[in-house]
Design a protein around this ligand. Structure first.
Ligand SMILES: Cc1cc2nc3c(=O)[nH]c(=O)nc-3n(C[C@H](O)[C@H](O)[C@H](O)COP(=O)(O)OP(=O)(O)OC[C@H]3O[C@@H](n4cnc5c(N)ncnc54)[C@H](O)[C@@H]3O)c2cc1C
Length: 404
């Protein structure tokens, strides 16, 4: 028998400037906070009854820190006792120390994460902050603005676009609520209902390994405290160990271990670039939404956002994630056959800067700068088409990169 649904319509006061965010994970809350800081009202719906506490992300890269800095949360993160390190290392498997205990395996290579010296933000290295703490912090900051309301136990079930924006139906038990908003942002995770309702395919593939995430107390007198994140290189028992607190040699610290368990399940995120990417995406999206909602720019700019972020995924995130995984899933005795691990041990500052560049210039991009260049290019766009369709005019192409 079909259940009876009651229906309510939820229309926030400033409906011409409001955004509905689906998902109150760290990315959804980061978006809500950024929008609120710009004066835009944001409603956030979340299907569970409380904020997520799963043992997931701990470490975030420098580019994501610039995003967090723009939201003004770095001082709160530092006040709460979370910390930054210089980088990470690769090690062989943990081994028996011959005295009834275990010790970390020998170090294979280490990488200092460079700062983006061209950015005014004084952030760099890696930030260590458990995902549930980041989520809580963003929730508190966002709701304190008075412009963000988080509705728990509201599951998105339907989306309808109309002339004035979007009607999104959520369900809580037998009650349905329609949220009316100018724009809807789907930040509802890997199994996104928003994506499915909009019929957007999830392109990609799954690895055949399963990761287990557990928190353990570690103590090692020989630990390199500058590089506390450790990739464990092994063909079967590969993994990543990340501390929750600054490590001290010989002192116990709680660490998160994501370790490969057994073949035959789902794709693991590799190298800590999942949430960092989500945060960087959120910054790009909010830059565009501010231009569209507050400055009256065309909503076509959202297509430019989509192009740029898909490009960043294909050029940086996807290959980095794959190579991070393949690098740790290898024979530690032959690890130096990998070009990166081989070169890192004799790396010059120039080499470190060179491998760091894509993380600052392609992973995180400045949407405002891109849009300003594109507006100028729209004047030359017909010429651009022409020079690509007519071989005789090919020399004109040289003008285009100079303008772009
Ligand atoms: C073991 C592990 C370790 C990781 N380590 C790192 C790391 O060190 N660094 C890093 O950058 N990344 C890491 N990641 C990846 C990171 O955890 C994810 O990228 C991150 O959770 C994505 O956040 P999100 O806000 O996009 O989505 P989620 O955290 O998945 O949140 C989705 C939200 O959407 C809501 N939702 C879903 N469906 C609906 C619906 N129909 N209606 C309403 N609400 C809905 C959920 O309730 C939730 O609030 C790790 C992941 C794992 C599993």
């Amino acid at each position: 028998m079909a259940s009876q649904h009651s229906e309510t319509v939820h229309t926030p006061e400033k409906s011409q400037r409001n955004v509905l965010v689906v998902g109150a994970g760290p990315v959804g809350l980061a978006i809500a906070l950024r929008l609120a800081l710009a004066g835009i009202v944001a409603d956030v719906v979340k299907k569970e009854s409380r904020l997520g506490e799963e043992p997931r992300a701990v470490a975030y890269y420098a580019s994501a820190l610039i995003t967090l800095d723009k939201m003004g949360v770095i001082p709160d993160i530092e006040k709460a006792g979370f910390f930054f390190s210089e980088g990470f290392c690769w090690r062989k498997l943990i081994r028996n120390d011959g005295q009834g205990g275990y010790t970390m395996g020998d170090m294979i290579a280490r990488l200092s994460i460079p700062r983006d010296t061209k950015e005014p933000h004084d952030v760099g290295g890696i930030l260590y902050l458990p995902q549930r703490e980041l989520t809580k912090l963003l929730f508190e900051k966002a709701t304190a603005t008075g412009l963000v309301t988080v509705y728990f136990e509201e599951t998105l079930v339907e989306i309808e676009q109309n002339a004035s924006g979007v009607d999104a139906t959520t369900r809580r038990g037998d009650t349905e609520t329609i949220f009316q908003a100018s724009y809807l942002v789907g930040a509802d995770g890997g199994q996104s209902t928003t994506r499915k309702l909009l019929d957007i395919p999830l392109k990609g593939h799954s690895w055949s390994e399963k990761l287990i995430s557990i928190d353990l107390l570690f103590e090692d007198p020989n630990l390199d405290t500058k590089f506390p994140t450790q990739f464990i290189v092994h063909p079967i028992y590969w993994g990543i160990i990340t501390p929750f607190k600054p490590v001290e040699a010989g002192k116990r610290t709680l660490d998160r271990c994501a370790i490969s368990l057994n073949p035959e399940d789902q794709t693991p995120p590799m190298g800590g670039i999942g949430l960092s990417t989500g945060l960087i995406d959120s910054e790009a999206l909010c830059d565009i939404l501010e231009m569209v909602i507050l400055e009256g720019e065309s909503s076509d700019l959202l297509d430019i956002y989509a192009n740029e972020r898909e490009k960043a995924f294909q050029i940086v995130v996807d290959p980095q994630s794959k190579q991070n995984k393949l690098r740790v899933q290898s024979d530690p005795d032959f690890a130096h056959e990998n070009w990166l691990l081989r070169q890192l041990n004799s790396a010059s500052p120039k080499f470190l800067e060179e491998i760091g560049l894509p993380f600052f210039q392609q992973w995180r991009v400045d949407m405002k700068e891109i849009v300003s260049h594109l507006s100028y290019c729209s004047f030359v766009f017909p010429k651009f088409i022409q020079c690509h369709t007519s071989p005789r005019l090919s020399s004109d192409c040289k003008l285009i990169p100079a303008i772009i």
